[in-house]
Design a protein around this ligand. Structure first.
Ligand SMILES: [Zn+2]
Ligand SMILES: [Zn+2]
Length: 306
């Protein structure tokens, strides 16, 4: 399906459940790290969104949480940073012994493989991940536009930077396909969007494109009046008080009801936004490894993160 086929009545996800497999906080099950990964389940489809930082964190956490990835064929990498790509090869090699199709289809957005420049050095972290993944027999799909991945689920592809949110750290540059260089604003940063009966659910890795850019773009593309939930990292830990207030106000305007601000959201940023956006302890948390969000049970943040 392409954007042109999105009608006034876009398809809805029949159900939606997300389980966090990598984030900073952990309690009795799994280990915490600087990274993000989550399993998404909707309408019988299971999708792995990001793969954590250290090679074996998600492998360990899925074992302790008794989550089986051997029946998951699709894996999304939200962007090329190592704290989202680090577990991919370990997981692919582990599950393909049980099912050759497991984690065999990888979705990344345009710009993922662009070379990264720092001083005089040029690295290709995204391209390196893709070539190692292809060497396992996996297929890579590059997303350059908002597109469906399952009924009621979409990938944003690169997100237009309407607001100057600058939700990234560092001052690196990228080499573009025409040879020119530009500031590395993580042009490949991609979110997953679910259209549910309650509104849109937005799943981000680091949200480097800016959570307001992402959520407004998703609402335009899916013709949705409101955002039900934002789940994942939104990279606001270094943000100023003004930025946090602006972000919280925009999220409130969009009707945000649930916020699981994991990973690089930042603990103080999460609680500041919770207060400013009128959210509660029950529906807004940093979440822990094993935390869940589902349409029927809402947010189950984990013992330590309640
Ligand atoms: Zn990142
Ligand atoms: Zn990150």
């Amino acid at each position: 399906m392409c954007a042109a086929t999105l009608s006034a009545q876009p398809p809805q996800a029949a159900d939606f459940r997300l389980t966090v497999l990598s984030t900073q906080t952990a309690d009795s099950r799994g280990i915490g790290e600087w990274g993000f990964s989550a399993l998404i389940e909707s309408g019988g489809k299971r999708i792995l969104f990001d793969t954590g930082n250290r090679p074996d964190t998600v492998a360990i956490n899925t074992k302790e949480l008794q989550v089986d990835l051997s029946t998951v064929e699709d894996v999304i990498l939200s962007h090329s940073h190592g704290d989202h790509t680090g577990g991919l090869l370990t997981l692919r090699k582990q599950v393909m012994t049980k099912n050759p199709k497991a984690l065999s289809r990888l979705w990344v957005a345009k710009g993922f493989a662009y070379p990264r420049l720092s001083g005089n050095s040029e690295r290709t972290p995204g391209a390196d991940v893709l070539s190692a993944f292809r060497a396992t027999g996996g297929e890579v799909i590059e997303v350059d536009n908002f597109r469906s991945i399952a009924p009621g689920l979409w990938l944003t592809g690169p997100v237009p930077r309407k607001h100057p949110e600058r939700n990234w750290s560092g001052s690196g540059r990228i080499r573009l396909p025409d040879g020119a260089t530009a500031e590395d604003n993580l042009p490949e940063d991609m979110a997953l969007i679910a259209n549910t009966a309650r509104g849109l659910v937005v799943v981000t890795g680091c949200g480097h494109a800016g959570i307001i850019n992402i959520s407004e773009y998703a609402r335009t593309q899916v013709s949705s009046p409101r955002i039900e939930a934002v789940i994942g990292g939104i990279h606001l830990f270094p943000a100023s008080d003004e930025t946090l207030a602006w972000t919280a106000a925009r999220l409130k305007e969009q009707g945000l009801h649930v916020l699981m601000g994991s990973h690089c959201t930042g603990v103080e940023a999460l609680y500041r936004i919770r207060s400013l956006a009128g959210l509660t302890r029950a529906n807004s948390s940093t979440g822990a490894v094993g935390a869940r969000y589902s349409l029927d049970k809402g947010l189950e943040a984990g013992t330590i993160a309640r």
